[in-house]
Design a protein around this ligand. Sequence first.
Ligand code: C5P
Length: 405
Amino acid sequence: MNDLAGRHIVLGLTGGIACYKAAELCRGFVKEGATVQVVMTEASEQFITPVTMQALSGRTVYTSQWDPREPNNMPHINLSRQADAIVIAPCSADFMARLVHGRADELLSLMCLARPIAQVPLLIAPAMNREMWAHPATQRNMAQLAADGATILGVGSGFQACGETGDGRMLEPEELLEDIVAFFQPKVLSGRKVVITAGPTFEALDPIRGITNHSSGKMGFAIARAAREAGADVAIVAGPVSVPTPRGVRRVDVKSARDMLAATQAEVPQADIFIAAAAVADWRPVTESDQKIKKDGSGSAPTVAFTENPDILATVAKGERARSGALFCVGFAAESHDLVKHAKAKRERKDIPLLVGNIGPLTFGQDDNQMLLVDAQGTTELPRASKIACARRLVAEIARRLPRT
Ligand code: C5P
């Protein structure tokens, strides 16, 4: 929870009911370690007070270009020079139009115009009624702002304060936070497609019961988030888990190992990287009863015969794309002891360039992890860290090993 440590964010509020969400966003920035300077337009003060934003940011809010607090009386220059990013949330249709035209008759638009464009990114979270959002003028303005170098954070869809339903809602604060944290990550996988398996598999015995394991999917989902933050197009093939899907990640839900293999094989022909983080069941019952297996009162337990599941990683690693070097495969090994020895042996057995070893009981279901990287050169032990920190490090390590495009 320190993904914005050391960052200074100028948060601009413009007139719209979504201002109430800006309070939560401001709090999110602070929780992630950022310092926040709020700047508000006159219209935004109709929706939320500077007092609220001051209390949450811990700094007095700027509302006027004539603010005498600045010794040089130039808040538009000083505020924009200190920022790592300017985030306008909510950004009204009117404010988008103002930015497009380079208006400078109030502090927030003046400050955006005065920002050093190459050093201070401008991120925009539009918020408006669906008709205003869909209007050609707004769509034109959005395209122009993107062409001028702004990052448009997108809009949500659903119920609107006006009572209508459609596109144009401001994204939720936690969605904006995830996108803004992602914005700051290095784009080491830009233009790459990544496929990840995650979670356990479920091998059915009958319609009620089955064989599964304790994998939570957290590590695989953290890798999916980190890969997307790094600019990749990411698909995650997930066994039954209750982890939320990271923003911008395409999720394919599966149950059994065979479903997971089929879904993975549908994805990898276009992929550059395959990361097998799933804890796939090695065995499945030979038969799946289509009715519940009942006690028959005799006291004798049913006998279950097992058969081996396909090895998804080994199958993909043996495929043409991986063999030709176009698909970089990464495996995981969850061991209980002798990690280095087992991880090295597993990498060679699966014939993959990179394997991540960890101690199963110390990672399953936990929020942090400790990884041992094994490649042809040897082993590297990474420090224990949160799963998202581990995932970002792994993404950087993979990017370093990829053939240049
Ligand atoms: O052979 P073992 O299960 O220990 O190997 C672990 C690695 O292989 C993990 O990356 C896991 O996702 C992958 N695997 C797989 N399909 C299986 C078994 C393991 O993709 N059936």
